[in-house]
Design a protein around this ligand. Sequence first.
Ligand code: NDP
Length: 292
Amino acid sequence: MSAKIISGTKIAGQIREDLKKEISELKEKHGLIPGLVTILVGDDPASKIYVGQKEKACEKLEIYSRRIDLPPETTESALLSLIKELNKDAKIHGILVQLPLPKQIDQQRVIYAIDPSKDVDGFHPVNVGKMVVGEKSFLPCTPHGILELLVHSGIQTEGAEVVIVGRSNIVGKPLLNLMIQKRPAGNATVTICHTKTRDLSFHTKRADILIAAIGQPKAITRDMVKDGVVVIDVGVNRIGKTPEGKLILAGDVDFEGIKEKAAAITPVPGGVGPMTIVMLMKNTVEAAKMSL
Ligand code: NDP
């Protein structure tokens, strides 16, 4: 058996087409252009790439995009003042502060400072709380993207054993909350694993759907999954460069080994990554609509 490859690139493209229609309607009917500001503090190379990708995505959809690059020594109070201004800026509907932030800045304080109605990353506790109780809110982009991948691929989650490896606030924890809810791509029985899990393989082998958000290249190997598993690989690990200097990326699962055993699997790149970005665009459009 060779797994069906779940193309995030393709599914994100379909979602983008729907968004295009919504955006042109907003322009025509209300003269409104959704606006996103991305703030990058410092010069972390990976963060620069992510911010660049988000800018490009805005361009493609004709979303107004403003990029603010701040030096690595930026103080917390300077960043908080900037956010205060952006909270009041009518052209800006979404505020995204690229994480991680330099050590002198308290990440939580910055997230708290963003107006929840402009928190398109879905990290503000108001949005996290609403998500947990199942109220409408901005869902964090990567977990939301994963749910959409599952729905668009026709993968049944109801009653399924879902095992998530990784318990971060941006991937594992929100995904756990969403997949136990009575909603599309929900109604699953979810187990979450981390570094203190006693026997990781015991859990991963039970999974009907395995979601890896670990941050370690190829940590999940063929012997750790059962036949017919659906694998969603969130990991993005830089494992080297080609002779031409292009980055070589690997996911958290051993794609080559597992694809012969799995029913379906996401590639890296081209799986979860494009979905994360398109969900950010979706949240920005939602934020603009909420401003009407
Ligand atoms: P974090 O580093 O915040 O969390 C990693 C989690 O994995 C932790 O909960 C950690 O456990 C767990 N973990 C690490 N090693 C093991 C192990 N050997 N066995 C079991 N659990 C382990 O990472 P993120 O959630 O931010 O990101 C995870 C990966 O996903 C990264 O590669 C990141 O680049 C990628 N990513 C990709 C996105 C995309 O759009 N494609 C978006 C966001 C992230 P513990 O809590 O005990 O330390």
